[in-house]
Structure formats: structure tokens, C-alpha cells
Design a protein around this ligand. Structure first.
Ligand code: HGY
Ligand code: MN
Ligand code: MN
Length: 416
């Protein structure tokens, strides 16, 4: 495959303007975004992306999970397309770039090809995967998981949010149910550009992360049952306190992750006690644990240690306990050939780069099971993400998208 000339670059201003335009939809309260999946804000963001794709001359396909596939034709109708994308949905207190840079960076690849009047043998498809975040409807990477055959469609449609609304009903409500069967599309390759969401690239002074691997993950939902009682008149030895159990298990999660350093992380992200009244001892607690490691054996051991330790804590406090896995994927090894293409592109363009393991999960982690897949990363300020203060520089956005452009176009094969 011939690589594009190093002089070919994307249009930085246009990319940045599009990022800022999209950031106006579903604004947060502190400068970031709250564009959660299948909300009206998500629908508005989809509409804006659709209009940009129309202007760029792309044809749009939508599958039954609402994932958007915007296609630029290649010269060879039989050639499998090169996919490039990420997600437009955000955390409730999300940043402006998590996911969005990968979708609009993919669109910028198309816009630049259009500017240059270049054709490629393989078609190129820019993709917006539905519900990557998994915060409203667990698990994360839900649509790409169905696409990769990890979840079935009905199970995904039945996932419920905190108000009991189902994924399927909400997708219908916003009018984005497509007719394509999920997973029917075959891919020549898939690229995802994403901010690192960690501190390594910035600390090392690198413009580009060549993502060779991704961490594995377990999400475990813990439900503790104790007894509501008066916080004032109930003697300490008569309490069955689910809130205390949650606190002890939260500490246990931290201890387990620390015991498996390096390359292990753990936290409780979502935590609710019931009835959540100032003067009632909580009779119920429901919370989620997020364990991750690039080492499968460590990941398995952390889950086992948690289940054993949490059962012990519950027994000591007289609590009922249920632990339900609500999300999982093994550590990921991305396609070595595509990793070389990304590394070569960064070299050719003169961007500093280093190999890196993705700490966060991404749609690419599932698609890697059904097609050759790789990720490109750019730094983010202080490594901060899943926080409205998430920030990147226009230079980092440009570097990441330049490398994405070169890697995608090389793989899609320019036709002279
Ligand atoms: O949880 C994750 O790693 C991703 O940001 N959804
Ligand atoms: Mn993301
Ligand atoms: Mn995210």
C-alpha cells in the first residue's frame, strides 16, 4: 500500500470548528457536555452529524441499534470498506472530546479527501456507535458489543435506565431505529481516534499514542440488604446497616486494586443507599464496581478476591448480598499490521509517538473481535476525562487527525 505524501494534512480550523459546534449540543453545567445516549440532545447531535455527512456527499446507513454509518464510495465496488469512527454520546458530566474527536476526526478525513479530489479503492465509512458510555444503559460499548456478537439485540433493547425506561423504547422515541441488521456489515479495517483519557502522553511529551492493546474490564453491581431503622433510637449492636457494608466493600475494592499494582485499577463509581433519609439506617445499598487490568489473570483474581471479601463483610454485618456482573471484556490486542501503519504515519508526519495500552474501553475493543482494528490516541490536559473540564489543544487534535487521515487513506489505497 502506498502511503499519502507527508505534505497532505487535514484542515485544523474546520476540525476545531466542528468540535466546538457539536459541543454546543447538550451543554453541561461547567463547560463540558451532558449528551447522554438516546436523549433529545443525542438526537440533536445525530442530526447535526447527519447534515454534515450529507454536505460531504456521504450515504447514511443506520442499523437496528441506531449506529450511524456514513459511506464514501470507493472505486472498487467489491472492496470491503475501511471504517473510522467512535461515539457522540457523553457522560452526564462529560467532556467535549471523548468520542466526539473520533467521529468528527473521521468526518475530517472525508472532507480532506473531498478537498483534494482523491479517490480510494476501498470505500470509507465514518461511524457513530450508539451508547458507547454505558452510563445511562449499562454496559458500555453496547451497540458495538451487539455488532460483534457479544450481546443479542433483544437483551440490549431491554436494558433499562435509572427511571425504568428501556433502550429499545428510547431509541424508537428519538426516531433513530435503523433497518439494517446489526453486525451484517463486513469491514476491511476499523480505526478509532480517541483522547487518551489518562496522563501518560502529556507527561512523556508525545503527540501520538499508538495503541497496541486495551485493558480488560469487569463491572459488578452489588446489592446489599439490611434493615431500615431509626438512626437515633436503634442500639449499635442491633443495626443491619447496608450503608456501612457499602463503605467497607468500597474500601476493599481499593485495597484489591492496590494489592495488584502495577497495571490494575478499581473503584466504585455509582452508589445509592435507600431510603437515603438523614435519620434512617440504610436498609438497602446498590453500587457498581469497575475493575480493569491489561493482565487477564489479574483481572480474574481481582474479581474472585472481591466476591470472597464482600461475602465476608456482608456476613459480619448480617447483610444479604447479591453480586451481578454487568459488563466485561478481556484485554485486547489490536491488529499488529495496522499498528505498524499508524506508527509509520506518525513517523512520516514527524509527530512524536509512543506505544500505549488503552486504559479506557472503546468500541474498537469489541470491533477488534470481528475485523482488523487499531486506535490512535492524542494527549488530553492533565490526563483528565469523564469530567467537564476535559481539554485538548487544537495542535493535539490536528496531530491525531493527521495520523488518522494517513493511516486510513493508506489502508483504503489511493487510486491515482
Ligand atoms: O468506561 C469506559 O472505559 C469508556 O469510557 N466508556
Ligand atoms: Mn470514549
Ligand atoms: Mn467515555
Amino acid at each position: 500500500m502506498t502511503a499519502p505524501g507527508a505534505n497532505l494534512r487535514i484542515n485544523s480550523e474546520r476540525l476545531w470548528d466542528s468540535l466546538m459546534e457539536m459541543a454546543k449540543i447538550g451543554p453541561g453545567v461547567a463547560g463540558g457536555n451532558n449528551r447522554q445516549t438516546l436523549t433529545d440532545a443525542d438526537a440533536e447531535g445525530r442530526k447535526l452529524f447527519q447534515s454534515w455527512c450529507d454536505t460531504a456527499g456521504l450515504s447514511m446507513g443506520i442499523d437496528e441499534m441506531g449506529t450511524m454509518f456514513a459511506r464514501r464510495e470507493g472505486t472498487d465496488p467489491d472492496a470491503l470498506p475501511v471504517y473510522v469512527g467512535s461515539h457522540l454520546d457523553t457522560q452526564p458530566t462529560g467532556g467535549k472530546y471523548d468520542g466526539v474527536l473520533g467521529v468528527l476526526g473521521g468526518l475530517e478525513v472525508i472532507r480532506t479527501l473531498n478537498d483534494l479530489g482523491l479517490k480510494t479503492r476501498h470505500p470509507i465509512v465514518v461511524t457513530n456507535w450508539t451508547n458507547e458510555e454505558g452510563t445511562r444503559f449499562a454496559p458500555a460499548m453496547l451497540a458495538s458489543g451487539v455488532f460483534a456478537g457479544m450481546h443479542d439485540l433483544d437483551w440490549a433493547y431491554g436494558r433499562q435506565d435509572a427511571e425504568g425506561k428501556s433502550f429499545g423504547d428510547e431509541l424508537k422515541r428519538i426516531g433513530w431505529v435503523g433497518s439494517e441488521k446489526v453486525g451484517d456489515r463486513k469491514m476491511h479495517a476499523m480505526f478509532e481516534l480517541h483522547i487518551e483519557q489518562g496522563p501518560i502522553l502529556e507527561a512523556e511529551g508525545k503527540d501520538i499514542g499508538v495503541v497496541t492493546h486495551g485493558q480488560g474490564l469487569w463491572w459488578l453491581e452489588v446489592r446489599l440488604t439490611g434493615k431500615d431503622a431509626h438512626t437515633g433510637s436503634t442500639p449499635m449492636n442491633m443495626r443491619v446497616n447496608a450503608g456501612l457494608g457499602m463503605a467497607r466493600i468500597t474500601e476493599l475494592v481499593h485495597q484489591i486494586a492496590m494489592a495488584h499494582q502495577p497495571n490494575a485499577v478499581g473503584a466504585v463509581g455509582q452508589a445509592n443507599v435507600y431510603p437515603n433519609s438523614r435519620n434512617v439506617i440504610p436498609g438497602r445499598a446498590v453500587f457498581t464496581i469497575d475493575f480493569r487490568s491489561p493482565d487477564l489473570a489479574k483481572l480474574t483474581t481481582m474479581r474472585a478476591e472481591l466476591e470472597e471479601g464482600a461475602a465476608k463483610i456482608a456476613a459480619e454485618l448480617g447483610l444479604g448480598i447479591e453480586i451481578e456482573p454487568t459488563g466485561h471484556f478481556d484485554p485486547v490486542t489490536f491488529d499488529p499490521e495496522l499498528v505498524k501503519v499508524v506508527r509509520g504515519a506518525a513517523d512520516r508526519l514527524g509527530y512524536s509517538h509512543m506505544d500505549i495500552v488503552s486504559g479506557a474501553g472503546h468500541d474498537a475493543c469489541w470491533i477488534n473481535r470481528v475485523a482488523p482494528t487499531v486506535m490512535v490516541m492524542c494527549p488530553c490536559v492533565d490526563g483528565l476525562s469523564h469530567n467537564e473540564a476535559e481539554e485538548i489543544s487544537p495542535a493535539w487534535a490536528t496531530a491525531g487527525t493527521d495520523v488518522l487521515f494517513h493511516a486510513v487513506v493508506e489502508t483504503a489505497e489511493i487510486v491515482a
